[in-house]
Design a protein around this ligand. Structure first.
Ligand SMILES: [Zn+2]
Length: 291
């Protein structure tokens, strides 16, 4: 049995495998390339990287029917990397009144702003003054050491007196956005993260999940940048997708890839030049540019 992490992309498909972290019990479904299991004589061992399922590296044994038969005992403790480890405690945080009183679109716009490296001001109702600290801790936790960000939170009453301080900020006020116009942007990825966050009722779990998803964006962007450095201009989408699916065990839709490429451009300041999507171009020709 050997640990396989760098699998050659094949034409075969992927199978869902349910992983339960043996340490923290987080449950997540990952996609394993079928070929890995087919080629293995008995049980297959794979290494699920950190922050794919949770903060732990997980090494499951998978049988021919794509069921997990056990997990390798990890004999060593990974020395936590101070730079990447959120150190902020979210144990005593309560988000109930934040979720009730703040429109979810505010958080969708916030994610957009952070992924595009904008400075942000969040306006909250004066009655939420006692939640300002919790909101602050929560935002620090999900972005800290992952995406550099400049986020201020002000009570609406206070903001009126110091508007001039925030001329260069995107101002988020409930559903409304001031100082900024979104140009034809598809928020579906940001929306999916925030919907998940709002629908998970357990505060700590919802924060950790959201933090993990944001971390995943960063990790995948770095991976794509690395592939791009190796392969250079004219990189094919399928190469990126295969590479990520085979090493990070996450399904990459075309939309998700487009989103990641956008974040790389706006946040990491690198424009990835992809190979022309011939089929897409063909369809545009056939249907006009309505696609
Ligand atoms: Zn875990």
């Amino acid at each position: 049995m050997s640990i396989k992490t760098d699998i050659k992309p094949g034409i075969m498909g992927y199978k869902d495998v349910k992983i339960v972290c043996p340490i923290c019990k987080t449950i997540e479904t990952i996609q394993i390339p079928e070929i890995v299991v087919k080629e293995s004589s008995s049980l297959t061992t794979i290494q699920v990287p950190r922050y794919r399922v949770c903060e732990h590296v997980i090494i499951p044994f998978i049988d021919k029917n794509f069921n997990v038969r056990g997990y390798q005992k990890v004999d060593y403790v990974i020395i936590s990397d101070k730079h990447n480890e959120p150190r902020i405690s979210i144990d005593n945080i309560s988000l109930f009144s934040i979720k009730i009183n703040i429109d979810y679109l505010l958080f969708v716009h916030l994610l957009y702003a952070i992924f595009h490296r904008y400075r942000v001001l969040i306006l909250i109702d004066d009655k939420l003054y006692h939640k300002k600290q919790d909101l602050n801790i929560f935002l620090n936790y999900i972005f800290n050491n992952i995406f550099e960000s400049e986020i201020s939170i002000e009570l609406k009453g206070v903001f009126k007196k110091k508007k001039d301080d925030y001329k260069e900020f995107i101002i988020l006020d409930g559903k409304k956005v001031r100082n900024f116009k979104f140009a034809n942007y598809d928020f579906s990825f940001e929306e999916s993260l925030i919907k998940e966050f709002y629908s998970e009722l357990e505060d700590k779990k919802s924060i950790i999940n959201l933090g993990n998803r944001i971390r995943e964006v960063n990790i995948l962007c770095q991976k794509i940048l690395k592939i791009y450095q190796q392969e250079g201009e004219g990189l094919r989408r399928s190469i990126i997708i295969n590479h990520i699916e085979n090493t990070h065990f996450v399904r990459i839709s075309k939309n998700y890839l487009n989103f990641l490429i956008e974040v790389i451009k706006e946040y990491f300041n690198v424009e990835i030049v992809l190979a022309k999507d011939l089929l897409g171009d063909k369809l545009c020709e056939m249907w006009g540019n309505h696609l």
